[in-house]
Design a protein around this ligand. Structure first.
Ligand SMILES: C[S@@+](CC[C@H](N)C(=O)[O-])C[C@H]1O[C@@H](n2cnc3c(N)ncnc32)[C@H](O)[C@@H]1O
Length: 301
């Protein structure tokens, strides 16, 4: 819209590209038509900055969502960030996905498990500094068919071993630790030289102690993540296999469980939870305040 077209506006208020301006404002005084247009355009550009940033973020999020859906559907290979999978550094901590539970899951759960395995692989490939040596054991026809059908690119996954053999035949028992929320032991750190087993199952909490009993029978150590030392979760502390994998990867990067939990555990699970350290700090603050108050009262007596 030209400035001429706006002259029939009432009084001193004019509009330019839908935005009102006061022609008597001193900042517009003495400007040529072109200079006035340029100033108005700059002002409109500045005023819309916040909305533009918001829109850009929304677009980016939408693109990421779409990409993730395509990855989950096996239509796109997960995008290796840095380091690229072929150059990735594999550290000395191993992880085994114990895939021996197909018969305990319905089709929908097998499909969720396939997504969780794909996410775990992708997180491992994208690990900031070092990845874990990843192995899928006891992989049967059910899981193979699901991966073939919905994540066909899985055949090109690198730095991962896939076998139908059970882990007990491949690894030295002494170096294995089965991670399970039902263990009475706590994993305070992930040790080099150890291989941590994850139960590759989606069971909506139907099979409590399933993995713990299996490990106990095989004489394999068990441990749970130290969630309770850092966060008081309102719901149960059983996480999905990809969440546990992502927490391990994050811990290997930062060696800080609290940071790893806060980074990975979804907001909805954290919603009514409390940070234990924060709670301690609040209690200490309250105690200090009440001591100060008592001291002040004593001085005033
Ligand atoms: C959905 S859970 C399976 C729960 C199953 N009922 C069981 O017996 O472990 C998937 C796997 O994630 C791991 N996991 C989940 N929460 C955990 C926690 N709090 N500590 C350690 N491992 C955990 C375990 O390896 C578990 O087998």
């Amino acid at each position: 819209m030209s400035l001429e077209e706006q002259k029939d506006n009432k009084g001193n208020i004019r509009t330019y590209q839908g935005r009102e301006y006061d022609i008597t404002d001193p900042k517009y005084a003495g400007l040529s038509k072109n200079a006035l247009k340029k100033l108005l355009r700059d002002e409109i550009w500045e005023e819309n900055r916040a909305q533009r940033t918001k829109d850009k973020r929304e677009k980016l999020k939408q693109r990421k969502r779409e990409r993730r859906q395509m990855e989950d559907a096996g239509l796109l290979e997960p995008l290796p960030k840095k380091p690229k999978s072929k150059n990735m550094t594999v550290g000395k901590v191993g992880v085994v996905f114990d895939c021996a539970f197909s018969s305990l899951m319905i089709d929908k759960e097998i499909s969720s498990l396939r997504q969780q395995i794909a996410r775990s692989y992708s997180a491992n490939v994208r690990a900031k500094n070092e990845s874990m040596k990843m192995t899928l054991t006891s992989v049967d026809d059910v899981l193979t068919k699901e991966l073939d059908a919905k994540a066909p690119t899985w055949k090109n996954w690198r730095n991962i071993e896939v076998t139908s053999e059970p882990y007990i035949e491949k690894f030295n028992k002494e170096n294995l630790v089965y991670l399970t929320a039902d263990s009475e032991n706590v994993a305070h750190e992930l040790e080099e030289g150890k291989t941590y087993i994850l139960g590759a199952i989606v069971d909506k909490n139907r099979y409590k102690n399933l993995c713990k009993n299996k490990a106990d029978e095989q004489g394999i150590k068990t441990a749970r993540l130290p969630i309770g030392d850092y966060i008081r979760l309102a719901s149960r502390k059983v996480l999905t296999v990809n969440q546990v994998m992502e927490i391990m990867i994050k811990w290997l990067d930062c060696h800080n469980w609290e940071e790893a939990f806060m980074d990975v555990i979804p907001g909805r699970k954290l919603k009514d939870s409390e940070l234990i350290n924060q709670h301690k700090e609040d209690a200490e603050d309250e105690e200090k305040e009440s001591n100060d108050e008592a001291e002040e009262n004593k001085n005033n007596e």
